[in-house]
Design a protein around this ligand. Structure first.
Ligand SMILES: [Zn+2]
Length: 442
């Protein structure tokens, strides 16, 4: 039997775990009501007192929150966190902000205790992925205002790993440093994991995975490790296991793959995840149906997150017990999309991740692609730009046929296909913007 970070907590029988979740929910609800002007008025308007919540089913009576409400609350006092702030501002020790590509960022404060909680939550995930005290972990990210892998850094230290900050180094220097010190693990976005491998091969002439010593990679910040074709590419390039990990600045880190790679474990001792039908709002408690995730973060008190409608599309896994022994419930295929990202093209619902799955599953195509949706008169027109790997240029027409057929099968749409020279589509360092919807918004 493997040694866990906390075997008592992680293998609790379901009923005991649910009792623990109820208790923790009641605690954060009461805290928010008593300390946050935002939550107090939200609950008063709904006629809700914290004492009304006595069972897990009662939780559905608690009004949901969403990002636009956080933004609005941040326009209020005290600057810059606004009326959700639930501790005296003097207790705030950490400043973060969301990294979304649209709109005003949401500011996120944490106290020192909250920050320790954040590192602790990551430590559970990293331990489950096999991080141990003998690992030398490299972090190739910008160490800036966004949360990114900050908590991963502290969590790896907590486990006892040796942590190497790759902050302001450029990509080439980061790769050479990993090689020089024989780093065994790294954490990055899938876009950057693929990008680094490309630079290592093309610019530095390295023979991957032989020339590097990376054995495990934690992939976060974007879908990728939950898209089987993308995960396979990353694992083959690096000769390493790639683990999906999910969180958001306002929520904290809440989901992770363990070494069994059987789905995304919800960190249930730290969060309550509910899944709701997107159309009816009905609760989904069984596998087999996708819905939007509503999440509550326990034990993080400066800027509470209670029943936050994350708009992440998820589905419970039919696997009842993971072979790793953890009883935390699994989501099938991780976060399969975002309610905001799913868009109607030619009357068909399209999730951008479905296009990625097709492109990355064709080995003759490069990692990069770009999707552009425009209106031609009244009709939607969708263009997919891809790159053919240099060795396969002469097979272009066969590849085109395969691509068109797979796209039709997996997304139900016809595309204008554009083939570009290898290396000419835009490359991204952190989060990619590969889906461009240029239709006028109604
Ligand atoms: Zn597991």
């Amino acid at each position: 039997m493997e040694k866990y970070w906390n075997p008592v907590l992680e293998t609790l029988p379901r009923e005991q775990l649910q009792q623990l979740q109820l208790k923790k929910f009641q605690k954060i609800l009461k805290w928010s009501y008593e300390n946050s002007p935002f939550y107090r008025s939200l609950y008063k308007d709904a006629g809700l007192e914290p004492g009304d919540i006595r069972t897990l089913d009662d939780i559905r009576k608690v009004p949901k929150t969403e990002k636009s409400m956080l933004r609005e609350a941040q326009g209020k006092e005290p600057f810059p966190y606004g009326s959700i702030l639930s501790v005296p501002i003097e207790q705030v020790t950490e400043y973060r902000q969301t990294s979304g590509t649209t709109g005003q960022p949401v500011y996120h404060p944490e106290t020192w205790q909250d920050w320790e909680w954040s590192a602790e939550s990551w430590a559970y995930a990293l331990y489950a992925q096999g991080y141990r005290d003998y690992d030398r972990v490299f972090l190739p990210f910008g160490y800036s205002v966004n949360i990114a892998f900050w908590a991963g850094h502290y969590a790896a230290e907590k486990i006892g790993c040796e942590v190497v900050p790759g902050g302001v180094l450029n990509t080439e220097a980061r790769i050479l440093k990993m090689k020089e010190i024989k780093a065994t693990a790294l954490m990055a976005t899938p876009t950057y994991i693929l990008g680094m491998a490309d630079v290592a091969k093309k610019k530095l002439g390295l023979d991957l995975p032989k020339d590097l010593n990376i054995r495990k990679i934690t992939s976060a910040g974007e879908p990728g490790a939950c898209i089987p074709a993308t995960k396979k590419r990353m694992e083959e390039m690096w000769g390493a296991k790639v683990y999906d990990q999910v969180g958001a600045t306002e929520i904290g880190h809440w989901g992770y793959e363990c070494q069994a790679q059987a789905g995304l474990h919800v960190l249930e001792a730290f969060h309550l995840v509910e899944i709701e039908d997107v159309e009816t709002g009905a609760s989904i408690t069984e596998p087999g149906k996708r819905g939007s995730m509503v999440i509550t973060t326990f034990d993080r008190f400066a800027h509470p997150c209670v029943r936050f409608d994350s708009k992440d599309i998820v589905e419970w896994s039919p696997i009842e017990r993971c072979e790793c022994g953890r009883t935390f419930r699994l989501l099938k295929g991780g976060v399969v999309g975002r309610a905001d990202d799913i868009t109607k093209v030619k009357g068909v619902l399209l999730a951008p991740t479905a296009i990625e799955e097709v492109v990355r599953d064709i080995p003759e195509l490069g990692d990069e692609y770009e999707v552009v949706v425009i209106k031609k008169g009244d009709i939607d027109d969708i263009t997919l730009k891809v790159e053919i790997a240099p060795d396969f240029k002469r097979d272009a027409s066969a590849i085109e046929q395969k691509l068109a057929q797979q796209l039709r099968l997996k997304t139900g749409l016809r595309y204008s296909l554009e083939f570009h020279d290898y290396g000419t589509l835009p490359r991204y360092d952190v989060k990619a913007k590969r889906f461009k919807d240029l239709r006028a918004k109604e």
